[in-house]
Design a protein around this ligand. Structure first.
Ligand SMILES: [Fe+2]
Length: 210
C-alpha cells in the first residue's frame, strides 16, 4: 500500500485517522506468499470490507429515505445494488480469512476504523440522494482502484477479485450518473466537494429542467 491513507468519500480533516503502517502478520497465508505480504493484503482488504459494508448500509438507507415523484424508480433500482454489494462483502471477508486473517464485520469496528463520515442526507428527493450517492460511489471506486494498484505485485488473486467488484461498482455508478447527466454530457455533481453540495447541485439542475 502507498503512504496515503485511503481517502474514502467526503473525508473531513478532523475525522482522518492514521492508518497503521503494518498489519499483524498472520500465522499462515496462501502458498506462494509470505505471511508479511499476506498481512499487508489483509490490512488493505479490511478497509475495502468496511467500505463495502458501509456502502450496502448506505444504499438501504437511501432506499428507505427517498421521496418525491421518482420514488419508486430509485427505490427499486437500489435493491439489486444492495444484493450485489452484500455479495462483495462476503467475497472480500472470505478472501481475508483465506489469507489467514480475521475479517472485522461488526459495526463498531467499521465506525472506529473508517476514514470517512457517515452518509449526510436523510429524507430527501430522489435526485438529491442520487447526487450524494454519486460521491459515495466515487469514493469507494477510487479506493478500490488504489487497492488494485497496490496488489499488482503482491497478490493477483485479490486483484482479480477487486477488478471484478469494480466492474459492477462502476456500472452502478453509471446508473446513478445517468440521472445527473445533461444532454450535453455534463454531470450536475461535477466538482461537488461534499454530499450535501452534490445533493443541492443535483436538485437545482433538476428544477431548471422543464
Ligand atoms: Fe425494501
Amino acid at each position: 500500500m502507498g503512504n496515503k491513507p485511503p481517502t474514502g468519500r467526503t473525508v473531513h480533516a478532523e475525522r482522518e485517522r492514521p492508518v497503521p503502517s503494518s498489519a499483524p502478520e498472520p500465522k499462515y497465508t496462501v502458498p506462494g506468499m509470505t505471511p508479511r505480504t499476506g498481512g499487508d493484503v489483509i490490512q488493505l482488504l479490511n478497509m475495502r470490507l468496511h467500505a463495502l459494508n458501509d456502502l450496502a448500509l448506505t444504499l438501504k438507507h437511501i432506499h428507505w429515505n427517498v421521496v418525491g415523484p421518482h420514488f419508486i424508480a430509485v427505490h427499486e433500482m437500489l435493491d439489486p445494488q444492495v444484493d450485489s454489494v452484500r455479495d462483495m462483502t462476503d467475497t472480500t471477508a472470505e478472501r481475508i480469512s483465506t489469507l489467514g486473517g480475521s475479517p472485522h464485520g461488526t459495526p463498531g469496528v467499521l465506525v472506529a476504523e473508517r476514514q470517512w463520515e457517515d452518509y449526510a442526507i436523510g429524507r430527501a428527493e430522489s435526485i438529491e440522494h442520487l447526487g450524494a450517492l454519486d460521491l459515495v460511489y466515487s469514493g469507494v471506486i477510487e479506493d478500490h482502484r488504489e487497492a488494485v494498484k497496490a496488489t499488482d505485485e503482491s497478490d493477483l488473486i485479490t486483484q482479480d477479485m477487486l477488478i471484478e467488484q469494480l466492474r459492477s461498482l462502476e456500472l452502478f455508478q453509471w446508473f446513478v450518473r445517468a440521472h445527473l447527466e445533461s444532454a450535453g454530457g455534463s454531470l450536475s455533481t461535477a466538482s461537488a466537494g461534499s454530499e450535501q453540495e452534490a445533493a443541492s447541485r443535483a436538485g437545482k439542475q433538476a428544477r431548471k429542467q422543464p
